[in-house]
Ligand binder design. Structure first.
Ligand code: HEC
Ligand code: HEC
Ligand code: HEC
Ligand code: HEC
Ligand code: HEC
Ligand code: HEC
Ligand code: HEC
Length: 377
């Protein structure tokens, strides 16, 4: 009787929640679910983009744990200890990563199902706890050390028992649907609800239609020989102005600071929001040639350090004769970006690149010398 009453109470709530779920604002392409075809559907005609993109950090940014390329490293042989005495033992099984947490006399067992992050730097584990909650596991895998370390943002202090030790809990629905947002930025197309209110991504990783929008109208137009309509039916970021492009990439990498939003430039974690920092550079703010992400990154390939750091990127604009001139008196045989886009380490195992191009004083890689003032053109 009680069960039925709960059901009657919760059904409308869930219906409401799932409507909200499917209408999340992050989907900049407002289309019905069936119009997303998946990257495999693009491969037949865009073989090169497909082959390269499939090996990128974007494509690999979400896996079921067992399918992750580094999966075998996720279950270290011995127990992993944490301050305050909690111990974690891992077992990689077909349906996920089983973790047994013991704290004091108490023990608990849980299953983690999702691996976020390609493993370039880190992989964070997420699992569903019950019909209402997900957990982000306390330990992440770091490729710099080849082992487990505290997940960014988690307390290093002693846990209050094994449940607390497991990690940080998020409601599936509710005012702060943080877990939903993890899936939105790390997958492609709309999210659906599965059995027991589990979140079901349409396609794992950031694939073609995350940047190009749903492909069905495009593919149908090509099939019927209407090339002009085919071209119009698919979003091509090449047609965007550079400011709009920063917004498009910023949908996940965080958009350039909108006026009025206060950014704490002394917080090293903010450096991972590249559009926010790049848009502060004098190089971008000046009129003339635009400086978009694509000048240094090919959106269809894995991150290439050599390509991104190639001085050609800078000398395209900073050549002598015209403004801005190459007037750098420093050792320009080195990579310009090694001094003008310094690395920042918000935590030992992680390294991000400060995209605010400028002149940095030794010892402060967070903010350049004489920064341009807020709101300058
Ligand atoms: C049946 C073959 C075919 C498939 C499948 C296909 N495309 Fe295309 N695509 C084309 C052709 C042909 C063009 C060139 C159209 C033109 O501009 O004349 C094109 C052009 C494009 C363009 C450039 C559009 C422009 O003109 O600005 C993008 C972007 C694109 N496709 C993305 C995709 C994505 C993403 C998918 C998968 C969802 C996909 N395509 C699937 C054949 C295909
Ligand atoms: C749907 C969300 C989303 C969008 C849109 C997006 N990114 Fe990303 N991007 C990610 C995620 C998630 C990662 C982390 C990949 C990983 O797990 O290492 C990433 C990683 C990257 C990397 C590092 C890639 C690597 O192989 O290590 C670059 C460079 C990058 N993005 C550039 C861009 C640019 C440029 C755009 C716009 C054209 C863009 N991104 C749009 C979500 C997105
Ligand atoms: C607003 C979009 C967004 C949300 C929400 C989001 N991510 Fe990401 N995530 C990114 C982007 C972009 C990157 C690549 C740049 C970076 O490393 O910060 C990334 C990178 C990562 C990485 C790889 C770090 C590395 O560089 O190797 C992990 C792990 C990760 N995210 C886990 C999560 C988890 C877990 C959640 C939810 C608690 C989450 N993300 C929520 C956009 C997002
Ligand atoms: C991170 C965002 C992103 C993802 C993911 C992505 N693209 Fe693109 N794509 C772009 C951008 C940006 C351009 C415009 C390139 C430019 O201006 O240099 C583009 C251009 C294109 C074009 C036009 C021809 C060209 O290369 O300029 C095609 C075709 C295309 N993409 C197909 C694909 C296919 C197929 C996939 C999946 C395998 C894919 N894209 C995944 C961002 C993306
Ligand atoms: C799209 C053109 C363009 C590109 C590409 C570009 N810059 Fe600039 N950069 C500019 C302009 C314009 C200015 C403003 C110069 C002025 O006011 O005379 C500038 C200013 C600067 C300044 C002075 C910063 C300040 O705060 O006063 C530095 C340092 C700099 N650029 C370095 C670089 C480096 C290093 C690269 C490559 C990683 C680069 N730029 C790429 C156009 C560009
Ligand atoms: C002037 C060149 C340049 C531009 C423009 C640029 N990047 Fe980068 N980016 C780099 C360099 C250099 C690296 C470091 C590469 C390395 O050492 O592996 C990098 C690294 C990254 C990474 C890996 C994580 C990190 O912080 O090291 C991401 C993600 C990324 N860029 C995203 C973007 C996005 C999104 C944009 C547009 C807002 C953008 N970049 C514009 C040069 C650039
Ligand atoms: C060894 C570190 C280092 C390298 C490498 C380097 N720079 Fe610089 N750059 C500086 C410093 C420091 C300044 C501040 C002026 C000074 O002290 O000479 C500067 C100044 C500048 C300025 C601003 C000049 C002005 O008067 O406003 C530009 C533009 C610039 N560099 C571009 C470049 C370019 C382009 C490259 C690569 C070809 C490069 N730099 C390589 C350290 C470096």
């Amino acid at each position: 009787m009680d069960g039925i009453r709960t059901l009657i109470w919760t059904l409308p709530l869930i219906a409401w929640a799932s409507l909200r779920l499917l209408a999340q604002p992050l989907d900049v392409f407002d289309h019905p679910p069936g119009s997303y075809l998946g990257a495999g559907a693009c491969a037949a005609c865009h073989a090169e983009q497909f082959a390269q993109q499939s090996t990128s950090g974007h494509a690999l940014s979400l896996h079921r744990i067992g399918d992750h390329p580094s999966a075998t490293s996720f279950a270290p042989a011995g127990a992993v200890a944490r301050a305050g005495g909690a111990k974690y033992t891992y077992r990689l099984v077909e349906d996920g990563l089983h973790v047994e947490v013991s704290a004091g006399e108490e023990k608990s067992r849980s299953r983690l199902e999702w691996a976020f992050g390609a493993g370039e730097q880190a992989v964070t584990f997420v699992g569903q706890v019950d019909e209402d909650r997900y957990v982000e596991h306390h330990f992440s895998y770091y490729s710099a050390t080849g082992g487990m370390g505290t997940t960014p943002g988690h307390s290093e202090g002693a846990p209050r028992g094994p449940k607390d030790a497991l990690g940080v809990y998020y409601g599936t629905f509710g005012a702060q649907p943080s877990i939903m947002r993890c899936f939105q930025c790390h997958s492609t197309g709309p999210l659906a609800l599965g059995e027991a209110f589990s979140l079901q991504p349409n396609e794992l990783g950031v694939r073609c239609e995350a940047c190009h929008g749903p492909g069905r109208p495009h593919v149908e137009a090509v099939a019927s020989g209407e090339l002009e309509r085919a071209s119009a039916a698919i979003a091509n970021p090449a047609r965007l102005r550079s400011g709009q492009l920063l917004e498009r990439c910023g949908a996940c990498h965080r958009p350039p600071a909108s006026s009025g939003k206060v950014i704490d430039w002394s917080d090293p974690w903010n450096v991972r929001h590249q559009p926010v920092y790049l848009s502060r550079s004098a190089c971008v703010q000046a009129r003339g040639q635009p400086l978009s992400c694509m000048r240094c990154h090919d959106p269809h390939t894995p991150l290439s350090t050599e390509a991104a750091r190639d001085n050609v990127r800078c000398l395209d604009c900073h050549h002598t004769g015209r403004r801005p001139a190459t007037v750098c008196r420093q050792d320009v045989s080195r990579s310009c970006s090694s001094c003008h886009m310094p690395p920042v380490r918000p935590q030992d195992e992680l390294r991000f690149t400060n995209h605010w191009i400028g002149v940095y004083d030794a010892g402060n890689p967070l903010r350049p010398r004489e920064p341009s003032e807020e709101g300058s053109p």
